[in-house]
Each structure stands twice: as structure tokens, then as C-alpha cells.
Write a protein that binds this ligand. Structure first.
Ligand SMILES: Nc1ncnc2c1ncn2[C@@H]1O[C@H](COP(=O)(O)OP(=O)(O)O)[C@@H](O)[C@H]1O
Ligand SMILES: [Mg+2]
Length: 212
């Protein structure tokens, strides 16, 4: 699905990643692994076309990511940043909003699934609230629920459990593992909490990234 060939990234003249080369399977849960500041968010941002490599090729289904039709691509590959910006609307409106986008016109909103996910993520009370009334961890779970409801081919998650407590982290990982039987999920973690759940690993070490 995703392939990086000799990807180098420089920011303000500084080499952030010297060489990222890897190929990922079509499905599975991928642990994007590396210490803080090693370039995990950078790699995810390249995967969702928010950044481009300085050198080398970042490919999705054999096409250069930055040449793809971006709205269609973002409908197929959904990125959830570490601190999602969800605006100031009502929680239900926020979850339903992307279903009104033209690129998602073939997707149907599944209300039953929404309620199941809200229960799973212990957010039953959140529906009547405004986004501004939610904590960081609650916002993150709402962003995850919204991304899961959109049912993309691929989910790109940046430190998806960093604002969650331990039991909720375990529940989230369990759900990601189940979902990854039918889709590709790439998730960055600077800790090892995902270790027993993942099927593939991209490790960033000394500015080099490779998969195993
Ligand atoms: N906009 C930017 N300009 C310059 N350097 C940046 C920018 N964004 C990130 N960096 C640097 O790139 C490196 C990798 O950052 P990042 O991808 O956020 O790492 P991680 O997600 O693994 O913590 C860090 O050293 C960071 O300081
Ligand atoms: Mg990061």
C-alpha cells in the first residue's frame, strides 16, 4: 500500500530523516517507532500529503502521494493528529461534518455504529456537549470515532493513546487490532504499549527508517 524509496527530509536546512525505505502490507497494524523528535510525525504527515520529501519517493499504490487527487486520497487515508483540531461545534455535528464532503459522498453515516463506538470509548455523555467542553483525551477519542465511522482503507494515527489512561489505551489498541484485519493502520508510539498488538514495525533509528 505505502512504499517509501530513499526518502530524505530536510527542514530549514537540517536533515531530519536521511533515508526512509520501506514497503507496507495492505492490511495490519503498523507500529511507527522511534524516540521523541526522531521524525514519526513527519513520516505520517508525508503519508497524508501534508508534507513532501526533500528527496526520494513516497508512494501510495505505486503512485507518488503528492500527485494523487488529494480529496479522494484523504477520503481513503484518514490522518488523526496527536491533538486533533475539531472546531467549536456540537459533538454530533462534528462527527457528521465529513460525511457532507463531496469526496465522502459514497460513504453512509452509520448511527448504530456511532452509538456502539461511543459506548466502547466511554463517551455516552459527550453527544450533547460542545467540542469546547471536552478534555484533550475526549477530543482525541471523538476524532478516532469519526475516522473509524468514515471506514477508510487506511488510518494514520499520531500517538493515538497519548492522552488516554492505561485501561482506555488497552481498549483502543484492542479495537485497532480488530479493525486492522480489514484495513491498514499506521500508528506512531514512542512507548512500547502497542508491542503485543502490531503486525509490522517501522523503526526510525539514527535518521534511518526501515520496516520489519
Ligand atoms: N516545521 C519544522 N521546522 C523545523 N524543524 C522541525 C519542524 N517540525 C519538526 N521539526 C523537527 O523535526 C524533527 C522530527 O520531528 P517530529 O516528526 O515531530 O518527530 P516525532 O514525531 O518523532 O517526535 C524534530 O527534531 C523537530 O524538532
Ligand atoms: Mg510526533
Amino acid at each position: 500500500m505505502f512504499e517509501f524509496k530513499n526518502v530524505r527530509v530536510e527542514k530549514r536546512g537540517e536533515k531530519i530523516i536521511e533515508n526512509a525505505s520501506f514497503k507496507l502490507m495492505q492490511t495490519g497494524l503498523v507500529w511507527l517507532r522511534g524516540p521523541s523528535g526522531s521524525g514519526k510525525s513527519t513520516i505520517l504527515r508525508i503519508m497524508c500529503a501534508l508534507e513532501s520529501p526533500t528527496h526520494g519517493d513516497a508512494l501510495y499504490k505505486d503512485s507518488l502521494i503528492y500527485n494523487l487527487d488529494i480529496p479522494t486520497f484523504r477520503s481513503n487515508c484518514i490522518y488523526v493528529p496527536q491533538m486533533p483540531i475539531l472546531g467549536q461545534m456540537n459533538v454530533v455535528e462534528c462527527i457528521r461534518l465529513p460525511f457532507t464532503f463531496r469526496a465522502n459522498s459514497k460513504k453512509t453515516f452509520n448511527e448504530k455504529k456511532l452509538y456502539d463506538l461511543l459506548e466502547y470509548f466511554e463517551l455516552n455523555d459527550a453527544l450533547s456537549k460542545n467540542i469546547t467542553q471536552l478534555s484533550g483525551g475526549e477530543k482525541l477519542r471523538i476524532a478516532l470515532i469519526r475516522a473509524i465511522l468514515l471506514d477508510p482503507e487506511c488510518l494514520l494515527l499520531d500517538e493515538p493513546t497519548s492522552a488516554l489512561d492505561l485501561p482506555m489505551e488497552q481498549k483502543t489498541l484492542q479495537l485497532l487490532k480488530e479493525l486492522s484485519e480489514k484495513k491498514l493502520i499506521i500508528a506512531s508510539f514512542h512507548t512500547g504499549s502497542i508491542k503485543g498488538f502490531c503486525t509490522q514495525t517501522i523503526t526510525i533509528e539514527n535518521r534511518h527508517a526501515s520496516a520489519s
